[in-house]
Ligand binder design. Structure first.
Ligand code: ZN
Length: 182
């Protein structure tokens, strides 16, 4: 049984976006990237960019390490892929990311002409691919991205919940008045 609800949204005039057999496999790779992030103090969000069944770039958040507000997983992967392919036009690629992209990343996805976007967990607070905004479906823009949200949603969400729970735990421990003086 599928542990998640997959929402397929057709934001273009092209045929409805259908899940492809390899989508879950690549989302697993994005999840593996996300799982690496907490080891270096980063929020567990991972992304993978694929073209013709080849992984062009993979990565996770680097905002803390780089102290760069734009170093979201999607931006990291888009930059790496553009460098790798020596072009800003990432046409015919699919971006897999464990969390619904924010407005900045959704904008970058449109700008880089990515064809398909598959994400894991919905982000009702900051998501810009159907939650609070729907940038990939914006008819005023000259490129539209096919979007599917909710693939391996539970797994993606669990990584984030565990990370923030551990962080809260560490915080309350360090501020606890019962902590013995060392
Ligand atoms: Zn973002």
């Amino acid at each position: 049984m599928l542990a998640c609800t997959v929402t397929i949204k057709d934001s273009t005039t092209s045929p409805l976006l259908q899940p492809e057999p390899h989508d879950s496999y690549y989302m697993e790779l994005a999840l593996q990237q996300a799982a690496l992030a907490p080891h270096v103090g980063e929020v567990p969000i991972g992304a993978v960019l694929v073209r013709n069944h080849e992984v062009i770039a993979a990565g996770h958040n680097y905002r803390e390490i780089s102290q760069d507000p734009t170093a979201h997983a999607e931006m990291v992967v888009i930059r790496k892929a553009a460098e790798q392919l020596r072009t800003w036009r990432l046409t015919d690629t699919t971006l897999y990311v464990t969390l619904e992209p924010c407005p900045m990343c959704a904008g970058a996805i449109v700008q880089s002409r990515i064809a398909r976007l598959i994400f894991g967990a919905w982000d009702p607070k900051a998501g810009a691919c159907g939650s609070i905004f729907d940038i990939p479906a914006e008819r005023q823009l000259n490129h539209r991205v096919q979007v599917m949200g909710g693939l391996l949603e539970q797994e993606s969400r669990k990584l984030l919940q565990e990370f923030f729970r551990a962080k809260r735990g560490a915080l309350s421990e360090s501020t606890s008045p019962l902590k013995p003086a060392s």
